[in-house]
Design a protein around this ligand. Sequence first.
Ligand code: HEM
Length: 439
Amino acid sequence: MQLWHLARNPIESWANVHYEELIVAGPSMLGHFVVVSDPAAIRRVFVENSANYEKDPLQMRVLRSGAPEGSGEGLLSASGDAWKRTRRTLSPLFTPRRVGAFAQIMKIKSEARVEAWLKRRPGAIVEVDREMIRVTLDILSSTLFSDALDDDRPGFEREMMKLLDSIGRIDPLDVLNAPAWLPRLNRTRAKASRQWFAATSDRLIAQRTAEMARAPDRTPDDLLTALLRASDPETGVGLTQGEVAANLFTFIAAGHETTARALGWTLHLLSHAPEWQARVRDEALNAPDDPADWLDAMPATRAVFDEAMRLFPPVAHMSRMALEPDRLGDVAVPAKSVIIVAPWLLHRHKRLWKQPGAFMPERFMPGARETIDRFAYLPFGAGPRVCIGATFAMQEAVVALACIFRRVRLSPVRGVEPRPVLRITLRPEDRIPVHIHPV
Ligand code: HEM
């Protein structure tokens, strides 16, 4: 693995062998690596022997680098008992019933975005990657804190994009395990944004705590209130203010760009697949009244999104460190090995998928999807650290796609072929323009 590729675009570091062999192991200048695309071995790492495989320190350093200055530990970067306690405390916030209560907001925000497109002339070009960033941010700021930052909306967007851009890059000094006091260029750039987020979340939390004390019955029913009220079902202990701030930020960092990128890639793929657009439109026009029911009622729309995340998994790379020696199949894993499970590779692996490079949502239609090994398709990870927001993201995506294709048809802009680059999430290197046509 070359350091240069890792810093610039890690998906370019894969060689043919990684797409052809199920396990590739060996020493590298960064330690012993095991790249695992064998579903049975992935099951062992993520589930059967998950206690032996911790999130690896490099990944944690990169994730922590973005947290607001002075905040506590968020779920994504916590480990050990602190992680267990936080996971137990936050799980009730993401049950299907709680997530279903956000479906109406998701619909309103998505419809408003499409309405703005319809003011343009037929055939106009829309940059769908940016548009999906906007719509998912609208949805998050409403479901998280009931649009409480709308008085400084441009500031919020600007600081967030700056921060995500800086934490998205793997710093070569982190890869080399350089001491923490050596300044990382990206982190220095992000310092002002981290301070902005710290001050803003303190303000939001103070305002909301005061509202809850003043009029508990009229407190907005959003994720911020839920975080402030959450308590560990085993001990009854709630989160500290620092932990509320860290998790508020974690939901933005983990939930916004991932969903936005997945939707952007979906629209790119659909712009080349008019027959699947028609199927999504057909489901959208016949959908039940309550958008909370759409996820279950729209199998083709869901299949389209699943297939887009197969080809362009927003989290394209996960890693763990082996605490003790282990075996994965017939491969020995020495202690301290870094295990790489890369959805980018796994989802395009020649031994696991027919026509791996083709966009074929029929793979995920009922009847076919049951034949896919649970550990061959991992857009949301698996095991104890599986994405806590998966249902939220799936519902958001299906609702957004339904709202879009009820009103418009997309066609590709000739000559545009977006190149994916990995910066924590899998982004297009440039914009994704498509033509929009009202239907
Ligand atoms: C399409 C959208 C999304 C994708 C592809 C995605 C993917 C993932 C993946 C792969 C992991 C596991 C990483 C690992 O095991 O190393 C993860 C964890 C996580 N995700 Fe998501 N995610 C998405 C949306 C969301 C949303 C909407 C939220 C919250 C609102 C969220 C919050 C989290 C959190 C907090 C974790 C850490 C869980 C833990 O360690 O216990 N994600 N996500």
